[in-house]
Design a protein around this ligand. Structure first.
Ligand SMILES: [Zn+2]
Length: 250
């Protein structure tokens, strides 16, 4: 079971690291997979997605990592010490990714099995612009809605690590309460994309579609600016049975 999950995680990570996809270079990005309700695998800090191997993932306990969220006095040192001690293999002195807390937050939703976080070039062209939220939330075409959903979560820039994890926890909770469904993508201003789903193929599809639609939006700037679909058109696509069928096949 755990071997199978690891193999899928390695394949997804390498896919996200393919240079031609322009999603992550060097040690950028991180990926993870839920093992059970108490543990998950996360990329060791500094490893490269393109060439990652099973041994580059660390098994981490969720509970101590999540406890940091409610500890208002936690310092940078406390975070590092907790991440080190949360590893199942205490003999291993490698460090879990700095965004481990963020992954633990998302695994509180049992439907999420895999997470892929990348810094795609076009997505970040929008996220590092003056119109980040407006352009990232706009929906360009039916496939955009089929793969990414009607709306995504937008996170304004905050300090990476603990503060970011707390912000994502609050924004995702707010999203689920308001929208009534789980988000497929989270966009972090001046940072990058988080694709989340029940399978690796969904995470890959969300990432590729987010990057393609971002490229379309950026490209539309030379043709007078993007023209997004109306709220009623978005709702119509989202409720059509043929689009639901396509969604399931992804
Ligand atoms: Zn990042």
């Amino acid at each position: 079971m755990s071997e199978q999950i690891l193999e899928q995680l390695v394949a997804m990570s390498r896919f996200l690291g393919v240079p031609e996809h322009h999603l992550a270079i060097l040690g950028e990005g991180n990926t993870s997979a839920r093992l059970d309700e108490k543990h998950f695998y996360i990329k060791a800090s500094g490893t490269t997605l393109q060439t990652i191997q099973k041994s580059d993932f660390l098994c981490v306990q969720m509970e101590p990592v999540l406890a940091l969220l409610n500890d208002s006095s936690a310092t940078d040192t406390d975070v590092l010490e907790t991440l080190q001690s949360a590893k199942i293999n205490s003999q291993d002195n490698r460090m879990p990714s700095v965004e481990t807390i963020l992954h633990a937050v998302l695994y509180q939703y049992p439907q999420y099995m895999f997470i892929g976080h990348t810094h795609p070039v076009y997505v970040n062209s929008i996220l590092c612009s003056q119109r980040a939220e407006e352009y990232i939330q706009g929906r360009t075409c039916p496939d955009h809605i089929v793969v990414l959903g009607r709306k995504s979560v937008f996170i304004p820039y905050v300090d990476p690590g603990l503060v970011l994890a707390r912000t994502v926890r609050d924004k995702v909770k707010e999203f689920v309460e308001t929208e009534g469904y789980l988000p497929k993508a989270i966009f972090m201003e001046n940072h990058g994309l988080i694709a989340i789903g029940p399978t690796t193929s969904k995470v890959q599809a969300i990432t590729l579609m987010a990057e393609k639609c971002a490229q379309i939006v950026v490209g539309s700037a030379v043709c007078g600016g993007p023209k997004f679909l109306s709220e009623s058109a978005i709702r119509r696509i989202d409720t059509r049975p043929d689009e639901h069928y396509r969604q399931k096949l992804l």
